[in-house]
Design a protein around this ligand. Structure first.
Ligand SMILES: C[S@@+](CC[C@H](N)C(=O)[O-])C[C@H]1O[C@@H](n2cnc3c(N)ncnc32)[C@H](O)[C@@H]1O
Length: 268
């Protein structure tokens, strides 16, 4: 063994002295329960299956939650109405998520899921994505109205997320949670990583990106005419979890009820 290497190895495995032994005895023993029942960062499934896992991990029961882009309420299909105080709104019911009718610092959680693709923000209603046989898609994902002003194309998507994020920041309490659903997209042949763009902007707004969930579609995309594939077809989307905080270091130190409790099942 070369001399230098043998020196390094010696340092990695120091001799076992009495002093080392007493340090070893004080070594922290990992607490908790051995379990495989843990929340994962990626799931194959739909929003109704994954959203309850996001809430369960990050939002304490009894929290006051505003879903400001409620749509068809798919997110809530597997959640008991007894678990949270949920206030729902949508542009379709006359409430714009960029201007909410709630007091500043009054909510424990905001859920935001605006139209995530540029095809749903068009100056002309006739050019909106989801025409003809795809109309259920348009009904579920947009309010069906044209976007008359503001930025165009993918920048229109970001503009919506950015303004709604700022409004969520206003109505959330300190340390409260913002859950954002989004999907990346290729716009004008350019890869736009929407989730990165949102995280970067929200950090400047005063949010800490605490967690990220990937939702993978279980079904295959429909057949398309393709001369040459340039980008991988998106079959995943995200739930981003933000915490409104002036101190990102404090995010791990919420009161215990904000954490998922792993409990030992009673042995029968
Ligand atoms: C992707 S869908 C939401 C689906 C919903 N999360 C669900 O579980 O059914 C987007 C929704 O955002 C709504 N929307 C679009 N612009 C909005 C705005 N400025 N303010 C509030 N809601 C808006 C649309 O009407 C549509 O219902």
């Amino acid at each position: 063994m070369p001399e230098q290497l043998s020196f390094k190895v010696m340092n990695l495995f120091p001799p076992f002295t009495e002093e080392a032994k007493s340090t070893d005895q004080k070594r922290r023993v990992q607490g908790g329960v051995c379990t495989t029942d843990i929340t994962l960062s990626a799931y194959m499934g739909d929003n109704a299956e994954v959203f309850p896992k996001v809430l369960d991990l990050h939002v304490p029961k009894g929290a006051k939650i505003a879903d400001v882009t409620y749509g068809l309420g798919v997110f809530w299909r597997n959640i008991s109405p007894r678990d949270y105080k949920v206030i729902t709104s949508d542009l379709k019911t006359g409430v714009d998520c960029r201007s909410l009718p709630y007091r500043a610092a009054s909510l424990d959680c905001v859920v935001l899921d605006p139209p995530y693709m540029e095809g749903l923000y068009r100056r002309d209603n006739g050019h909106l994505a989801g025409s003809g046989s795809h109309s259920p898609f348009r009904r579920a994902y947009s309010n069906g109205q044209e976007t008359a002003t503001g930025p165009k194309w993918h920048d229109a998507v970001l503009d919506m997320y950015f303004k709604a994020g700022a409004e969520a920041h206003r109505v959330l309490k300190e340390n409260a949670v913002l859950i954002v659903k989004c999907q990346d997209e290729v716009s004008a042949n350019t890869q736009r990583l929407t989730h990165v763009e949102i995280i970067n902007h929200y950090t400047q707004l005063g949010f800490h990106a605490k967690d990220l969930f990937v939702v993978v579609r279980p079904n295959n995309p429909c057949i398309t005419r393709l001369k040459q594939q340039v980008h991988a077809r998106k079959n995943h989307s995200y739930f981003l979890v933000f915490v409104k905080t002036s101190s990102p270091r404090s995010v791990g130190h919420h009161p215990i009820q904000n954490r998922k409790q792993v409990v030992r099942k009673r042995q029968l």
